[in-house]
Design a protein around this ligand. Sequence first.
Ligand SMILES: [Zn+2]
Length: 282
Amino acid sequence: MRDLSNDNVVHVKGKNCEYLQFRRLLEYNGVLKHAYGLKPDNYRTKGKNLTEEDFNKAVNSYKNLCESIGVDYKNLVKPTQNHTNTIKCVSTLEGYVLGKDNKYMDTDGLVTNQAEIVLGTSNADCILLMFFDPVKMVIANVHSGWRGTFQKIAINAVDKMVKEYGCNPKDIICCICPSIRKCHFEVEKDVRDMCEEIFRYTNQIDNIIEYAGNKEGTEKWYIDTVMINKIMLKDAGLLEKNIVDSGICSICNSDLIHSYRVEGKGYGLCTAVVSMKANVIL
Ligand SMILES: [Zn+2]
């Protein structure tokens, strides 16, 4: 069996599911629980052709993943995700929030300082960012596809942590889950131009965008959306050592990770879940 473990992540092969964990976050395993759920599970809970059976299967996958890391799936809160840059706070334990109709519509990131709440996001090529501030005990979970990246949702997440919970950006750890990477994120001129327009200010456009050539009559470029997120996180005040990248491409590893570009219509989803445990006072 293939293993995706590297310097930053551990590939866990559990009884009921496989998942990745960040070595950096495992240092806080007493108070912080997290996982990035892999194939063969499919964590899709909404979509046009999703049957009730598919939904129930996804819920069961969440149940297995949450149980594996010692959190209660009934406390899972997952926004609908719609390529926005909207971050919302989850302030009380409200139970299970999943599927197409929920109060976190048109929301792509959640933040909380409450223990036991499980924040979830899902992806198939998009970037998922897991945030943890071990000083203020605040977590965030953010979906940053290219549209969210272009709308700078990562900065909104840090802003929310600072403004709502008094976090110092220097304390915040951000882990970048598997996603499509520059090796495979090929775009046409419209997206390339949009990217240059928005991120010219970084003075790193030549590293972010690379010409991929003329393919069957269409000019293509590669874009490094992971690098853009890293630049934004640093600009937001995070320390370089606190930005931890899984370094894993969803397309290069599509046997273990769901990919929209590989699977096409009816594609499955991986998930990131993160939750804090109540402090046990001895
Ligand atoms: Zn790749």
